[in-house]
Design a protein around this ligand. Structure first.
Ligand SMILES: [Ca+2]
Ligand SMILES: [Ca+2]
Ligand SMILES: [Ca+2]
Ligand SMILES: [Ca+2]
Length: 303
């Protein structure tokens, strides 16, 4: 009997020992392999192996806007969160407001400013601000618009990054009253710059006025079909500060940029990010549009 009991306790001890060894092995080999939940994607800060590209209709940027300190504080904060931001609606007879704003940004930001565009006295310029620590301009051109279809001819800029990602940005402010005509020409503009610069990745963005009474948004995918493009800012986003729900602002990429796109995108709700109850200004004094953004890997490009 006593011998049986000793046998039992030895078996128990051995089982415990084996369990302990298995537990240690699990700790050493299995746990480190378990996937860690990725952090919630948010607009800030960008990963170091990726870049955040914004588009923003800044609404009548000129001497009056640069004089509003609280507005400028929010604008510089938004722009500082971007690696590249394509801005629409610079309206100024002089370059002074642009230079004053640039002087408020960290010194490693530089910019491209397009010519004054528009058929009437009200002229607008496209403005692209970018982080020179990550990006370099290879070429730039304003679309010549041979058939005079655009109120404001799109601005195309060819960028290369510190990674292998190189791409073309096309910045647009589509005229609301001829939204369908102008948007329909964009694939032709895209194809032209793809050939000119031998670069297939094109990011087309801006205030397209592609919703509401100006444009039937359900037809956007007919102009930018899925096999050739990805509409990143889809019809369900609200890009307007006003109470209505409209996707006026758009971010569309060519198919070859899918490999570069990290699937992170969004709208920057500055009316929720900043505490306007402590300010003398309202969100609509900043702009009537929210900035939109999408994130791209610096190292996945194959073309
Ligand atoms: Ca490329
Ligand atoms: Ca919509
Ligand atoms: Ca809205
Ligand atoms: Ca690519």
């Amino acid at each position: 009997m006593a011998q049986n009991k000793r046998k039992e306790s030895i078996i128990k001890l051995l089982s415990l020992l084996i369990l302990a060894i298995i537990a240690v092995l699990i700790l050493i080999y299995v746990l480190p392999e378990l996937p860690v939940e990725p952090p919630e994607p948010g607009p800030l800060p960008a990963e170091t192996d990726s870049i955040r590209i914004y588009s923003f209709n800044i609404q009548i940027f000129g001497a009056s806007k640069i004089a509003k300190t609280e507005v400028v504080e929010i604008l510089t904060d938004i722009v500082s969160g971007a690696d590249l931001i394509a801005i629409q609606e610079v309206r100024s007879a002089t370059i002074d407001p642009v230079e004053q704003f640039m002087a408020l940004l960290p010194a490693h930001y530089d910019y491209v400013l397009g010519p004054r565009e528009g058929r009437t006295n009200s002229k607008e310029q496209y403005w692209i601000i970018y982080d020179t620590n990550k990006l370099q301009v290879l070429a730039q051109e304003t679309w010549a618009d041979p058939q005079d279809l655009f109120e404001r001819n799109p601005l195309a800029v060819y960028f290369k990054t510190t990674g292998n990602f190189d791409f073309i940005v096309i910045n647009n402010h589509i005229q609301p009253s001829s939204a369908r005509t102008e948007i329909s020409v964009l694939p032709e503009v895209i194809a032209y710059y793809q050939e000119l610069w031998n670069e297939s990745d094109v990011l087309v963005m801006g205030d397209f006025n592609a919703d509401g009474s100006y444009f039937n948004e359900s037809t956007l995918a007919d102009i930018f079909p899925d096999h050739a493009y990805q509409i990143v800012i889809t019809n369900d986003f609200d890009t307007t500060v006003a109470a209505g729900d409209n996707t006026y602002d758009r971010f569309i990429i060519t198919a070859t940029a899918r490999e570069d796109y990290t699937e992170n995108c969004g709208v920057i709700r500055f009316d929720e990010i900043y505490d306007f109850s402590q300010k003398q200004i309202l969100p609509r004094n900043v702009s009537d549009h929210y900035p939109i953004w999408a994130e791209f890997s610096l190292y996945n490009d194959t073309d």
